[in-house]
Ligand binder design. Sequence first.
Ligand code: MCA
Ligand code: AMP
Length: 504
Amino acid sequence: MSRDESLFAAVRAAMPDASHPFLRLPGGTTITYGDMLARSSRLAHAIAASGVRPGDRVAVQVEKSANALLLYLACLRAGAIYLPLNPAYTVAEIEYFLADAEPRLVAVSPARESAVRALAGERASLHTLGDDGKQGSILAEADRHATTFADVPGAANAPAAILYTSGTTGRSKGAMLSQENLLSNACVLRDLWRFTPNDVLLHALPIFHTHGLFTATNTLLMAGGSMMFLPRFEPDAIFAALPHTTAMMGVPTFYTRLLADSRLDCRTTAHIRLFISGSAPLLAETHRQWFARTGHIILERYGMTETGMIASNPYAGERVAGSVGFALPGVALRVAAPDSGAELPQGDVGTIELRGPNVFAGYWRNPEQTAQAFRPDGFFITGDLGRIDERGYLHIVGRAKDVIISGGFNVYPKEIEAEIDSLPGVRESAVIGVPHADLGEAVTAVVVLDPGAKLDEAVAIRQLGERLARYKLPKRIFVVEELPRNTMGKVQKALLRQAHRQVF
Ligand code: MCA
Ligand code: AMP
C-alpha cells in the first residue's frame, strides 16, 4: 500500500503536543495525548497477542471508561474491526451479535465473563475490563507490553467498525463503517463546528453509538482537542463540568433535563461556545427555552449509524428551531418519492436520501439488505421523511420506518412485539412510541389477550426484562379487545398512537 489512509494515521497527523490533554476525568486525572499513544499501544499489543489479525472483529461490551475508549483506539491501530455493544444488552441479546459477527476477541465486564464465555465459541479469545475501567485481564495483558506500537496501515475502504442497527426488518444488521467514512465525517464536522486544540468537549454520552463514539470522539481527535469524559449524563456532574468545558454534544433529553434544573442560566453556561443536539428531534420549544434561559442557540444536526452525520445547522448563519440545517459539505442529499427515488420539487415531503464519503459500504454479510438500502444511482435511503424549505433548510417531518426513539436510543417495535407475543396469554401485540416529556417518545405496548387470559402489567414488564435491555422495555402495557387494522389487515399504528397520545 502506498499511503496509510487510516483514521488513526490522521489522528497522529492532527495530534498536538504529547503533553496536551486528551481526556480530563472527574476527580482531576488527565490523560494526555502522549498517555493516549502509550496506553493504546499497550492495548494494541494485547489485542494482537490475543490472536487478532487485521480485519478480525473485536466485540466490546463494557461500561464507559477512559480505558474503554483507549481500547477503541487500540483496535484502530491494530487494524481490527471495532464492534461496540450496549452494556445494557442482556445475554440473550448479545448471543445474536456474537454469532453473526464472529469476533476473534470479546471484551466484557467481569460479571459477564462466564455467560459470554459459553457464547463466544472456541475461536474467540475472551478478556475482561472492569466496570470502573480500572481492572480486567486486558489491562493486565497490556501492562506486559511496550508503549510503542507499529500501527497497521489501512486503505480508505478498509472497515474500521461495525455498529449493529435495525432497519424496518426486525433483526439487527451490522453497518460496516470504513476508515474513510469515519475520517471524512470527523474532518468535515471539525471544520464546520470550528473545533480547535483549545476546545474541551463535555462528553456525557455513551460510547457504543455513533454519537458519543464517532461524532464526538473522532471530531475532537481531528481537532487535537480535549474531552471532559463523564461516565454518564448526570446533572450535578454536568454543572460541575460546564465552567471547564467549551462545547457539549447531547441528545434532546440532556437539554430537557437541564432545563428542568434551576441552576441552568447565562452564568452557568458562560464558558460554553457551542451546544449541539442530535439523535432525536429537538422540540422547537426546547430550542426557544434554551435560548431564553442561557442566551445560547442550540445547533441541531442530523445523522444515522449507516451514514454518520448528514446535515447540520450552520455555525455562523441562522440556526433554525425544528430544522436540521443543510447537507454537510461533500454530501449530496435529496428528498425523493418513496417508491421511485425521483427527486421531488422543493417543499414536498419525501424520503431523505444521500450519497457521500460518509455513507457506509453495506451491512455485514447481508447483501440483500444492503441492496435494498440503496437506489441504483448509489443514494442511501434513510427511511426518514423530510422537506426542504425555501431557504434550503432540511426539516425532518416523520419516519417511514417503524422505529421508536426513546432518550436517543432506537427501539424496534418488531423485536419487542416478538417478545411480548411469547408471554403466556398474549395473542398479539403492537408496540408504539408515545410522546413523553423526558424521553421524547416512550415505548408503549398494546396487547390482545387469549380468551379468559389475564395480564399483570408489572409482572409482564419484569419478564420482558429478562430478555430485553431496560431502555427497550414498555413503560406501559395496555390491554385492548382488538387492534385496529386497515383493509389489508395491517395494524394501524397511527390510530393507536393517537389513542394513547396522552398516557404520559
Ligand atoms: C435509560 N432508561 C431508559 C433510557 N435510558 N428508558 C428508555 N429510554 C432511554 N433512553 C431506563 C433506565 O434503564 C432506567 O430503568 C430508567 O429508564 C430511568 O433511567 P434514568 O436514570 O432516567 O436514565 P439515564 O441513565 O439517566 O439515561 C437517560 C439518558 C440515556 C441520559 C437519556 O438514555 C442516554 O445517555 N441516552 C443517549 C443515547 C445516545 O447516545 N444515542 C445516540 C445514538 P429502570 O428504572 O427500570 O432501572 S446514535 C444516533 O442516534 C444517530 C447516529 C445520531 O444522529 O446521533
Ligand atoms: P440510528 O438508526 O440509531 O442510527 O438513528 C438514526 C435516526 O435517528 C435517524 O434515521 C433519525 O430518524 C433520527 N435522528 C437523528 N438525528 C435527528 C434529529 N436531529 N432530528 C430528528 N431525528 C433524528
